[in-house]
Design a protein around this ligand. Sequence first.
Ligand code: FES
Ligand code: FES
Length: 174
Amino acid sequence: MASGLTLSVNGAKQSVSVAPETPLLFVLRNELKLTGPRLGCGIAQCGSCAVLLDGEEIRSCVTPVSFAVGKEVTTIEGLPAVWAAQKHLSSSDSANTLHPVQQAWIDEQVPQCGYCQSGMMIAAVELLAKNPNPTVAQIKDAFTNKPPSPHLCRCGTYAAIIDAVQRAAKAMHR
Ligand code: FES
Ligand code: FES
């Protein structure tokens, strides 16, 4: 049965009327029109639906929306504002500034079909928040040994992702 829930998504309060067990992914995409997170496997085995919940990556396809109440949800769409807040940018500067992870993904031309990539960038943001200067081995570990499953890319962009994470790490130190 639908009930009224208030979420905090990308820094804004959002009221939705949905069943509490509805996957967060469906609420983000269908109710809030945030289509960055993607439905891939739907069973927490690919990472395409990843978002941050209080800074920790979760798989939104298997997370009930009620679990996100009282926490901050960050999707790929919210990453520029996260970076702007970290760097204390003015609102005019922040409007034109991507998160360094997003910029690195462009500079390294990571995406092929693109389907998995918002989840990959979410994983990269989480990694760099915890480890600002990861080695190649640590990057591989973060993407492949992350519970509940590795982040999967059918297009095989893994090498470019490593380059992009290293580029983003450098940019974030400047
Ligand atoms: S769609 Fe959520 S992990 Fe695959
Ligand atoms: S870029 Fe196509 S699945 Fe990853």
